[in-house]
Design a protein around this ligand. Sequence first.
Ligand code: BGC
Length: 415
Amino acid sequence: MRGSGRILAAVLGLATVVAATACAAEGDAPRDVEVFTWWAEGGEKAGLDGLVAQFQANCGQYTFVNGAIAGGAGANAKQVLAARLAQSEPPDTFQAHAGLELTDYMNAGQLEDLSAEYAEWGLTSAFPKGLIDNLTVNGRIYSVPANIHRANMLWGNTKVLASAGITSNATTLDGFFADLEKLKAKGATPLALGRAWTQLMLFEAVLISDLGADAFTGLWDGTTRWDSAGVDKAIADYQKLLTYTNKDRDTFDWTDAEKLLVDGKAGYQLMGDWEAADLDAKKFTDYSYSVFPGNTGVYQWLADSFVLPVGARNPEGTKCWLKTVGSAEGQQAFNTRKGSIPARTDAVASDYPAYQQAAIADWKTLKQAPSCAHGAACSQGYQAALDAAIGQFSADGNVAAFKAALITAAGRFAK
Ligand code: BGC
């Protein structure tokens, strides 16, 4: 049985046990609240732990049950979740990205409307209007956002960079290529990279550099064509970047690529700002961060949110979790440890570590562009098609086939 199949079988087994336990206590109000995420280690777990501590303080009548399944960006968790939803065995709540990823679940009728809770908990005015718009379908709102993450960030090992004579991070792709060349000459892996979804993130950042934020955003609703000179340039730049990455990238999760950085074997890594929290959790301090070269002025965003699935065993317990997620204390307990910034607008920046203080300021002033690799810009079908196309391109380097796959995916899924 392959890895994800084993995980699926194990978790479905677990679900049966949990269901049996719930039946044994029939008649009693359920206590357990199973929270399904992919935050299993490092900074991600630290963030979840912060939220759980606040949940325990607010909702002592309920018991948190950790349904986390490891694997960056939900690579394993989402398969298990899809199987559980198909079998009407949902967890009490699960993590879903604001934007089109969430819309998939709504369209499938898998989520309960939380509009009444928004009014009761005062959430409508607590979050920025743009985010509320991303969460709303036909006037109803189906999830509570926990944070805003930034995707287009470049992390560096300052010692490795200094040894190659790099003392400031490039702001253009040309400057970046020159720096990657210096790192290569020193024998370091210039740019650490992982498997498909991390490759899609890198490609999205290159697309932003070559197209600009508006045309990039248009790729997702079909107003920007994939068969254009700008996209051709991005594919060529991306292909050149791949030559500076570790050859075993297709076997790596983001944390494996991060380890190359931490171990002083790589100079740079493109990754979302969960890396800030993870490096801090690993007590690694010799790191730099800057926006990806050519992305200056653009905040590529994504947001984690939590939902109340149709058929959840403990809806009242889930509501207590969701209320905690949306509260000022919950957002602080979570985001100070997660590398993200609070989705609420009333957060006090000085409560946060230095990276997030800068991010809170940037979020207010920079141009916003959504992430497809993390569900804000594209549906799960579109994302899966692009993950497959970019994974194939990593293996065969066939530009014509890659471009054709991008155009086919857009024809099917862009809207
Ligand atoms: C999630 C983040 C998470 C990252 C890496 C993203 O899709 O939104 O919360 O840290 O994946 O696992």
